[in-house]
Ligand binder design. Structure first.
Ligand SMILES: [Zn+2]
Length: 441
């Protein structure tokens, strides 16, 4: 028996663990203390042995991730420090054990919300699982002062690159990044689909997950008062996000504000006609929900449409006015109809547009650049026409190309020239083609 072991065996458990760690005898540490019940140890001994296991995890993470995970999990069982949770979680990511990894890392994220290791490792896990939206949302939580910022930036670049490649490679309509195989990840936490409650700067209750941040317009009302409605709104918006992503291939990267209005508040702010008509709309960087409306298939479609506006706004860097109205509304209509499984506007609208085209009474797209379509003489037809324009644009290029166009406009690219690059013809010639396509209808 080597001298060091002989010495160790005569020592108290905690100092024995420390000595084994110092000698880097990780396997022996594991064998010796694996079966030790935390309850049989004093608080101090638990902490000391946990520290030895954490050191073991950190030392072996690079070349023996399964030993690292075993020792890290042991450390967590004894004392769930940030270091223990981070190391065990990272090892589980390397071992491709997503369920174990997510559980450890979410626990770390909840207990140590300022520690950048947890969002970074969770983001790596989601990257591995091909859930880029979640990965990006997590990476965004790591601030520039965090020691993990450089790694987070690197991962973000990888995600953006992959997003671009995927968007280029995928056919329109089937471009959504979908989570790959492997065990399903468990929910919970602000980073995923699960909701967490908190209080905002003005003392209002906020409920949020990675994609949405809910609050009531009136600070007097609270979550839980209309739990069923809140649950329905959450479900409908998640469905809207998934639906839009299936068509566009992307969804909002930043969490989207959702403001819940009572019917009185809604009609006070947006007028009684709207309050009686619509379930919600996107405006001023938030989805505004009218909580007197019942949610139906029809309102679900509307929410998909409104969610697209939120995506367009973000893509364009919130440069309101950079994206022509016909493009913004047309894309929202296009996605809404694709979501509903419809190829284009309803036939009666196409017929009406065709007869107007023959009579030379259709506005040019240039004339539909600004001003709400709803203010046009026949808003329904204006929407249908914008829809047809975007559909033709997608046929001439692709959905990802249209999204890139919007991004370019947000960065200040000249409209006409960029349009020509994407579509292959000038806007006026495209206008003509659009009118002619109606004639052939
Ligand atoms: Zn719209």
């Amino acid at each position: 028996m080597p001298l060091v072991l002989a010495l160790l065996l005569t020592q108290a458990p905690a100092s024995q663990a420390t000595a084994l760690a110092k000698a880097r005898r990780w396997n022996e540490l594991l064998v010796e203390f694996e079966a030790q019940r935390p309850s049989s140890l004093s608080k101090k001994d638990r902490a000391t042995i946990a520290k030895a296991f954490t050191a073991a995890c950190e030392a072996t993470e690079g070349d023996d991730p399964s030993l690292a995970q075993a020792t890290g999990e042991r450390a967590v069982a004894l004392e769930p420090t940030a270091a223990a949770l981070a190391c065990a979680g990272a090892a589980a990511v390397h071992n491709r054990q997503p369920a174990a990894a997510e559980e450890l890392l979410r626990r770390g994220l909840t207990s140590f919300p300022k520690d950048g290791r947890f969002p970074l490792e969770l983001a790596r896990l989601f990257y591995m699982e091909q859930d880029d939206a979640q990965a990006l949302a997590l990476v965004a939580r790591i601030g520039s002062k965090s020691p993990q910022f450089a790694e987070a930036t690197e991962l973000k670049a990888k995600l953006v690159r992959r997003g671009g490649m995927r968007a280029d490679a995928a056919p329109a309509g089937d471009a959504a990044p979908r989570r790959g195989g492997g065990p399903a990840l468990t929910g919970g936490g602000v980073t995923g689909l699960g909701y967490e409650s908190s209080v905002d700067g003005e003392g209002r209750r906020v409920r949020q997950n990675a994609f949405f941040r809910f609050r009531y317009f009136s600070g007097q009302r609270d979550f839980g008062q209309r739990a069923e409605y809140e649950g329905q709104v959450q479900e409908s918006l998640e469905e809207a996000r998934r639906g839009a992503r299936r068509v566009l291939g992307v969804s909002r990267e930043g969490a989207l504000d959702v403001i819940l209005y009572s019917r009185e508040e809604f009609s006070l702010h947006f007028g009684g006609t709207w309050a009686a008509m619509i379930a919600g709309f996107y405006g001023d960087n938030a989805i505004r929900m009218n909580d007197s409306a019942t949610l139906s298939d029809k309102t679900q479609r509307t929410l998909v449409h409104e969610y697209v506006h939120a995506v367009v706004d973000e893509l364009a860097g919130f440069q309101r006015g950079a994206v022509p109205i016909w493009l913004n509304e047309g894309l929202a209509e296009y996605v809404e109809h694709e979501y509903a499984g419809e190829d284009g506007p309803a036939p009666q609208y196409v017929d009406a547009l065709a007869s107007r085209a023959q009579a030379g009474k259709l506005p040019s797209l240039a004339a539909m650049r600004s001003g709400a379509l709803i203010a046009q003489a026949n808003p329904v037809l204006a929407y249908a026409y914008a829809h047809l324009a975007v559909r033709l644009m997608v046929q001439r290029s692709s959905v990802p190309a249209v999204l890139k166009f919007i991004e370019a406009l947000g960065r200040g690219a000249p409209f006409e020239k960029t349009f020509e690059q994407i579509v292959g013809k000038e806007l006026s010639a495209f206008d003509e083609e659009l009118r002619q396509s109606l004639g052939k209808h």
